[in-house]
Design a protein around this ligand. Structure first.
Ligand code: FES
Length: 113
């Protein structure tokens, strides 16, 4: 089912910031970078679990990559591709999003089981 869900206002995600949003058992990461917004399923392709240990903590120390806290995989913010770590060459699952009247809406994606 491809129902749209509102994440938040676009203005609530600051440049260079990542935030997480829960929808039941599903979780979405939103990152703002260089004026663009990227949204992914909070699901690491290494073990099929969430990336973060703490709320909204998805970036590495230099804030250049999305990072999985479990084993340190690094993912390019723009593509979701894993460039370092145990799932190198795999990628985060993109979540389609739209901006409507200043709000971010996503179509939830089920990760593989
Ligand atoms: S679960 Fe993400 S790197 Fe291992």
């Amino acid at each position: 089912m491809s129902e749209a869900h509102r994440l938040c206002a676009l203005a609530e995600i600051e440049e260079g910031q990542a935030r997480g949003f829960e929808f039941g058992h599903r979780s979405v990461i939103a990152v703002a970078r260089d004026g663009n917004l990227y949204t992914y399923v909070n699901w690491c392709p290494h073990l099929g679990i969430g990336l973060n240990f703490f709320p909204d903590e998805f970036l590495d120390q230099e804030r250049q990559f999305l990072m999985c806290a479990n084993h340190g995989a690094l993912f390019e913010i723009e593509t979701g591709e894993c460039v370092s770590g145990p799932c190198q060459g795999e990628a985060l699952l993109p979540v389609p999003h739209q901006i409507r009247e200043g709000d971010i809406w996503v179509t939830l994606v089920e990760p593989p089981t």
